[in-house]
Design a protein around this ligand. Structure first.
Ligand code: SF4
Length: 323
């Protein structure tokens, strides 16, 4: 067994060099790495896997230039655009979350800033949804003012997603219209108001392994309740269309998910976009590190239906967590 895997990851946390060592392990050492991740996953999360459903609450027309995003002002993607999803669609998704007993209902809204009246309108939707379906609600909703965040809290939003996306060093390569520090400041403000935080990133943007390790250390410092790790889907019409993702082998993706678990043993580690592409058929191994996944797609990209998603959990020998 590689020396690094003999460590007690809880009493003696990994250094940056050791984290890079994990990403550089030989594929032949993967089984032992998965066992190390599984020991922590089992301790804090048992054998359950939570499933999230994501509704695209506002689509397209974003003023920002995130290179991977089909909703960016630079993207030429052929996507549906709307200012606020009709309540009927939100309600249908909320019912599905309730009926299938999914862990939570996530709602993503494109854009970086919202007017107070837009927040009021969205908060009214959340309030109705809470009354109707009563599910745990998480929103991805740009930068909020403290007053806007309080309104959403009062309406019943439990958790807010705000990803760091990549390392601080690589960030200017993927977005120049807002900064890494603005993202961190938004997260800190929300934590100060008592929100649970979901924060993760995307692998495959052109970053190197040091960037992946740096991003995970930044995330560990944030201490989010959930950490979504996405593997790039190079969407048509985005700046990253045509990106070479051949390095996103199942083994590399699994090492990253394991490293996330070793660094943040108590957080939900979610394998988000790209799961169906890069880890198909490797779910039994993936769930050794991961305790959370999405069903039914990722904003502008399709995914696996709810029943099929539940089936891969039980087929892999894990339990579907009923929310
Ligand atoms: S990721 Fe969000 S902020 Fe960036 S372009 Fe897409 S919708 Fe806009």
């Amino acid at each position: 067994m590689p020396v690094i895997l003999k460590k007690d990851f809880e009493t003696s946390p990994l250094s940056k060099d050791e984290a890079l060592g994990i990403l550089d392990l030989n594929d032949g050492d993967l089984a032992e790495l998965l066992d190390a991740a599984y020991a922590l996953r089992k301790k804090y999360k048992g054998n359950v896997v939570g499933v999230q459903l994501l509704t695209n609450g506002r689509s397209g027309n974003c003023s920002q230039n995130c290179a991977y995003c089909a909703q960016s002002r630079e993207a030429k993607s052929d996507i549906e655009t709307y200012r606020l999803v009709p309540y009927e669609k939100l309600s249908r998704d909320g019912q599905a979350v309730m009926e299938k007993k999914l862990a939570r209902h996530c709602i993503g809204l494109s854009g970086i800033r919202f007017s107070d009246s837009e927040i009021d309108e969205f908060a009214a939707h959340v309030r109705s949804l809470k009354k109707e379906a009563g599910t745990h609600i998480c929103c991805s909703i740009g930068f909020l003012s403290p007053a806007q965040a309080e309104k959403l809290k009062d309406a019943g939003v439990n958790r807010i997603n705000h990803n760091l996306n990549t390392s601080r060093n690589y960030y200017p390569q993927i977005c120049t219209t807002h900064s890494y520090d603005e993202r961190l400041a938004n997260i800190r403000m929300l934590q100060g108001l008592g929100f649970e935080i979901c924060s993760g990133g995307i692998v495959g943007l052109g970053e190197n392994k040091t960037d992946v390790a740096d991003m995970l250390f930044e995330l560990r410092a944030v201490n989010p309740q959930s950490v979504p790790i996405n593997f790039l889907l190079p969407l048509k019409g985005t700046a990253l269309e045509g990106s070479d993702t051949s390095h996103l082998t199942p083994e590399y993706c699994l090492k990253i998910l394991c490293l996330a678990r070793l660094l943040m043993p108590k957080s939900d580690i979610r394998c988000a976009a790209g799961r169906e592409v890069y880890l198909k058929g490797r779910e039994r191994e993936m769930f050794k590190a991961v305790d959370s996944i999405f069903a039914s797609g990722y904003l502008t990209a399709g995914g696996q239906g709810i029943d099929d998603t539940i089936k891969i959990i039980t087929d892999a020998g894990f339990e579907y967590q009923q929310g």
